[in-house]
Ligand binder design. Structure first.
Ligand SMILES: Nc1ncnc2c1ncn2[C@@H]1O[C@H](COP(=O)(O)OP(=O)(O)OP(=O)(O)O)[C@@H](O)[C@H]1O
Length: 240
């Protein structure tokens, strides 16, 4: 297993966000972590990354307990939902900085070309459009060769061509046997990419399975409605 999570709890103040998550994530597949806004998707991802310290529970990543050893993080390529890089730094300086920090082999040239970032290399981050910044973040994520890739809302701001390139990149990494975790609110993207859906609701994994299983369970006409139906089912359960 690439990731094993047992009985994970996390609260912020009085807000109990994760309430006993149990999860096994196997290698070579694409998992979509779905759930309503505020359901704890980013909190779960950050717990896996060691950026959020759980109140209770146990996480192993690539056979190593997250609590004891930080070195496992070198084996994860992470695209954050909101990347806060210094605004005055130039794109090429940022790429060099991340390469120095990671100190791992990197293959950024092809990615820079793929996303048409050549003309932007000498520009400061603060002058870039949202979509161009996201392309830079995608280059920073995919330029390393790690067995686990975590993408928090990777499609944000991308134009159709860049989206096609992103999907190709993700499939290429999967074909190499890597494990990929994705959060996204774009159901068409999830439907195209995901092998398995993990649906977070009320701090628990409310559904896990394939898209076909989700359609069967909900009886919904399509994937988007099936995902929406998961939330509605829960609301009805609370009413009764
Ligand atoms: N550092 C923090 N301090 C306090 N509350 C936090 C913190 N991080 C997250 N939360 C709260 O935890 C809950 C879950 O947030 P999280 O970002 O994990 O949700 P999400 O499912 O990723 O949401 P979205 O779909 O909107 O991205 C929210 O109520 C949020 O306000």
């Amino acid at each position: 297993m690439t990731i094993e999570i047992k009985d994970l709890y996390k609260q912020f103040g009085k807000n109990q966000v994760l309430k006993g998550i149990d999860l096994s994530i196997g290698e070579g597949r694409i998992y979509a972590i779905l759930g309503p806004n505020g359901s704890g998707k980013t909190t779960l991802i950050k717990s896996i990354l060691g950026m959020v310290i759980p109140d209770k529970g146990h996480i192993t990543v690539l056979e190593r307990p997250v609590k004891k050893d930080w070195k496992y993080r070198k084996k994860i390529d992470y695209l954050p939902q909101i990347a806060n890089f210094p605004p005055n730094i130039k794109v090429k300086e940022l790429i060099h900085m991340i390469k120095d920090l990671r100190n791992s082999p990197s293959a950024e040239e092809d990615l820079i070309q793929l996303f048409g970032l050549g003309p932007f290399l000498g520009k400061k981050l603060s002058t870039l459009s949202g979509g161009t910044k996201q392309k830079v973040n995608i280059v920073l994520t995919f330029m390393f060769d790690s067995p686990l890739i975590i993408l928090d809302e990777p499609t944000t701001g991308l134009d159709p061509m860049a989206l096609i390139h992103l999907k190709q990149l993700i499939l290429r990494e999967k074909a190499q046997g890597k494990t990929i975790l994705i959060t996204s609110h774009i159901m068409q993207f999830v439907e195209e990419m995901a092998d398995k859906i993990l649906y977070l609701l009320e701090g628990e994994i409310y559904f896990q399975g394939s898209i076909v299983e989700l359609l069967e369970q909900t009886g919904a006409p399509d994937f988007e409605h099936a995902v929406a139906a998961l939330t509605i089912t829960e609301n009805h359960a609370e009413d009764s």
